[in-house]
Design a protein around this ligand. Structure first.
Ligand SMILES: [Zn+2]
Length: 230
């Protein structure tokens, strides 16, 4: 589907921003390179990224070379109080209009369901909306299983005008090194942004009053916790 058609549908349901969550390590790589990058791009250019549990599925269904974004912040899981985003504590928040600036050959597909629920032998039509009309008839704001999958020629989605807004979880917890996780992550991201010449505005994630992310982070295994924030 053409980016401008997806833009039109999203605008009609009052979407204003796109969201992409990742670990601090992978996010630093994005900042150093000036945009969101597909898993394949990072691998091909021998850059650093944290393994994700979705990698196997992405490779199986041949979507490893695309950039995934959500039309809502899924930190709160659309109303259910589930806590931190499983992909990582760094949330890139990008203006919806950024998809109008994608290079000419780009396309955006929207999933009908989360790829983790896809089965082998299903058809493309089971996974993706085929037309803007089909998309418009089925998507509503907050329906986070409908993920936007952006395909560009090189697997990169540049930050519009070299600027990006980042919302960073503050888990109120220290890393194994004894350093506060939020402070470390913020510093690392700032350095990476400087390196990549990106104007990054980094703010603590604004949680709902009933958000349980701090309690959830408290329960994380120390090594797993470090792998998200280091
Ligand atoms: Zn939270």
């Amino acid at each position: 589907v053409k980016p401008r058609d997806v833009h039109k549908v999203l605008k009609s349901i009052n979407v204003t921003h796109l969201h992409h969550a990742n670990t601090v390590t992978t996010s630093a790589t994005f900042l150093e390179n000036g945009g969101l990058l597909s898993r394949r791009y990072v691998e091909k250019h021998k850059l650093r990224q944290t393994p994700q549990s979705s990698d196997q599925i992405d490779k199986e269904f041949d979507i490893w070379d695309r950039v995934f974004v959500d039309h809502v912040d899924i930190h709160h899981r659309a109303g259910r109080v589930k806590g931190p985003n499983q992909y990582g504590p760094v949330l890139f928040v990008i203006e919806l209009d950024a998809i109008l600036e994608l290079p000419a050959e780009s396309s955006i597909l929207v999933t009908k369901s989360n790829p983790t629920h896809w089965q082998e032998g299903e058809k493309d039509g089971d996974h993706w909306f085929a037309t803007p009309d089909e998309l418009a008839a089925n998507i509503s704001k907050g329906d986070f299983d409908k993920m936007l999958v952006i395909q560009t020629k090189n697997g990169k989605v540049d930050f519009p005008s070299g600027a990006v807004e980042i919302s960073l979880d503050d888990p109120k917890r220290k890393l194994l090194s004894g350093v506060d996780a939020f402070e470390h992550a913020e510093k690392r991201l700032r350095l990476a942004a400087k390196e990549g010449g990106v104007k990054a505005s980094i703010q603590p994630h604004v949680c709902r009053d009933d958000c349980v992310c701090i309690a959830k982070y408290k329960g994380y295994d120390a090594r797993w916790f470090d792998s998200r924030f280091i």
